[in-house]
Design a protein around this ligand. Structure first.
Ligand code: GLC
Length: 657
């Protein structure tokens, strides 16, 4: 498409779609259209540029954008202005995320309003509600099998109630995030139903094969994601005599993004959800969106182009919207979802730092931070306008994303280390403090993932059962150590519902036949509001954990040096048990030291000098000062946020904690 055609298209959209808008609104559309068009066309051309009907598709996509812009409610147009005036809003040190299932947290969407005060106690300003669009009846992979993207799960509420909740949260200073399952639909989705009824237009929406020839060739290099639930990546449907690509469960059909009609549908859904007031879309399973023979069909460059195109197009209609990549992939692949090269700052603004999560648990089991330090040092920095979401637990299992190269560099065998971690966290390893469960053992690869709540994995369940109070103390410290490090790293720390009060594994899922097969429900408990009341009891386990998290939230808020734009460097501390993290930018320099062992540890002063931390140092977390001289001593599992005295105002905790 040449410039004249694109200008004509713009004029046409203004005349047909946007004619009823105020002249200023039309000007704003024009401005964004011109600004973002190169970023729209670059990835789209790589995806669909070879097609004869390429220009028609560009026109279709841009028409969807114009319609999305026309439908954008006034309050959200204002939000767009606000976000553009403060583009680093989600990178700021005060950001704190909370993740919950609406039903397990508050019954329904309407019930959530009553819980806002609780979220505010924790300083939360980013709230991720787990899958809530209308799923197929159970089993539905915890809601990740959607049959209607424009309706809310009726058990939770309606789309109007979702929009109302989003507005309400926004007034309270909380941004709403929801899941967009973009790699697959439920087989009950209307598109899939039509495909199953033989409609060829809709069969093109999915990946279907008349025989095993191609599926067999693909299978040669494809991994299995749920080998226990569903071996293989294809399912046969007699009704249409076709093999359908089903990466996850049989009832989740992978979409065919080679077909631009699928891209167009998903684009319209993205803008529809943005216009309900959703501020962040968690783009589910994005690594799988494009398939290529002879590969594992993950992280293909086209998957990145799809995200870049969604990004650029949605910036025209709804620039306030952020995209968050859920790509649970190896560290070397992960960074690409935040955009590299010409796509830097032009893909997703947010991505899960699963490598960091895995390394935290790895260090905790090992009582050493050597692998973590090395592996983090190998990872490039994210682009300036992006941020990680950091987390210790989520609704999924933990897969040990430690590369063989990183392990070998510190004298470990990747395979043995991963096996050790599975043994450790399933509680099989002698002396392990952990109570987790093995998820999806794959006999072909030996791979074993782990389920379990943060508190149970960190030793609280076993310690309480054994009434071993010293161990309880250590477990509390482990939990707070992990929270500490996700709060300090840079990006948005996510508190996974219940972890802030130390909820243990919930074995209740075993009584529900539609859940019993999937032990990820072990760590998807109902919120225990009775237990939450104990947060005011200072010496209770709940109180200790909750107040610890709250203290971190306050400290983070008042420590601008933790802004996501600041460099994050893993540093050697001259003590293998102590992890060091340097955060540095013009906003300030801060050195995080974290003791991963249950014995006291020292970090030599000369090492701190080498890193530019001479003179008197102060710990931001309790305002304690360390004069020149002795080495820094850390209590078992203690972490400190050290700054040179005078670098910033000490934090007054008494008014908050
Ligand atoms: C994501 C979700 C996971 C789900 C999968 C398939 O990884 O987090 O829970 O099973 O996608 O949708």
């Amino acid at each position: 498409m040449d410039e004249t055609q694109l200008a004509e298209l713009k004029a046409q959209l203004l005349a047909d779609v946007l004619c009823d808008l105020e002249p200023l609104e039309q000007e704003i559309f024009t401005l964004r259209y011109d600004l973002h068009l190169p970023d729209v066309l670059r990835p789209l051309h790589k995806l669909y540029g070879e097609r004869e009907d390429w220009s028609n598709w560009v026109a279709t996509f841009l028409r969807i954008v114009a319609e999305g812009y026309r439908e954008r409610p006034e309050a959200l147009r204002l939000l767009d202005l606000r976000r553009q005036a403060e583009p680093d809003w989600f990178q700021q040190a005060n950001m704190i995320g909370y993740v919950a299932y609406a039903d397990r947290f508050a019954g329904t969407l309407n019930g959530i309003k009553e819980k806002i005060a609780y979220l505010k106690e924790l300083g939360v300003n980013y709230f991720h509600l787990m899958p809530l669009l209308k799923p197929r009846p159970r089993p539905n992979d915890g809601g990740y099998a959607v049959m209607d993207y424009r309706a809310v799960n009726p058990e939770l509420g309606t789309m109007e109630e979702l929009a109302e909740l989003a507005g309400h949260l926004r007034e309270e200073g909380i941004s709403l995030c929801i899941d967009l399952v973009c790699n697959h639909t439920a087989k009950e989705h209307e598109w899939a139903r039509r495909a199953l009824a033989g409609d060829e237009t809709y069969q093109e929406y999915y990946l279907m094969y008349p025989d095993r020839a191609l599926p067999d060739r693909y299978e040669q290099t494809l991994p299995e994601i749920f080998p226990e639930f569903k071996p293989g990546n294809f399912t046969y449907y007699e009704q249409i005599d076709r093999w359908v690509w089903t990466t996850f469960n049989e009832y989740q059909w992978d979409l065919n993004y080679k077909n631009p009609a699928v891209f167009a549908e998903m684009l319209a859904i993205i803008l529809f959800l943005a216009n309900q007031g959703v501020e962040i879309l968690r783009m589910d399973a994005v690594a799988f969106m494009w398939k290529r023979l002879g590969t594992d069909s993950q992280n293909q460059r086209e998957a990145h182009y799809l995200l870049q195109a969604f990004r650029a197009l949605s910036r025209i209609a709804a620039p306030g919207l952020l995209l968050k990549a859920e790509a649970i992939v190896s560290p070397d692949r992960l960074i690409h979802y935040l955009g590299r090269g010409p796509a830097a700052n032009k893909e997703c603004e947010l991505a899960y730092h699963n490598a960091y999560m895995v390394l935290l648990w790895s260090s905790l089991a090992e009582r050493r931070a050597v692998l973590m330090t090395h592996a983090l040092q190998q990872m490039p920095s994210p682009p300036s306008g992006c941020a990680w979401v950091t987390y210790t637990r989520c609704h999924d299992d933990i897969g040990w994303a430690v590369t063989d190269e990183d392990a070998a560099a510190v004298g470990l065998s990747g395979a043995l280390h991963r096996a050790f971690l599975s043994d450790y966290y399933s509680g099989r390893f002698p002396g392990s403090f952990s109570r987790g469960a093995t998820f999806q053992f794959n006999p072909k690869t030996g791979d074993r993932r782990i389920s379990g709540s943060m508190a149970s994995l960190a030793g609280l369940e076993a310690a309480l059962d054994n009434e071993d109070w010293e161990e309880v103390e250590l477990a509390i410290r482990r939990i707070l150590l992990l929270f500490n490090l996700i709060f300090a790293f840079g990006g948005i720390p996510l508190i996974y519902m219940g972890d802030e009060i130390g909820l243990l594994n919930d074995y209740g899922y075993l009584d529900d036949p539609s859940l019993a097969e999937d032990n990820r429900w072990l760590h998807r408990p109902y919120m225990d509001w009775e237990k939450a009341k104990e947060r005011d009891e200072w010496q209770s386990v709940t109180g200790r954990i909750f107040r610890g998290v709250r203290r971190l939230a306050v400290a983070r808020k008042y420590t601008p040096a933790l802004h996501a734009e600041a460099g994050t460097y893993a540093v050697w501390t001259h003590n293998e048990q102590v992890f060091g993290l340097l955060r540095a930018s013009p906003r300030g320099r801060i050195l995080i030291l974290a003791n991963f062992s249950e014995t006291g540890q020292r970090v030599p002063r000369h090492r701190l000098h080498e890193m530019g931390f001479g003179g008197t140092l102060a710990n931001r977390l309790d305002n304690r000062e360390f004069g020149e001289g002795p080495d820094i001593f850390l209590e078992p599992y203690e972490a400190m946020w050290l700054e040179q005295v005078g670098a910033s105002e000490p934090i007054s905790f008494s008014q908050f904690v």
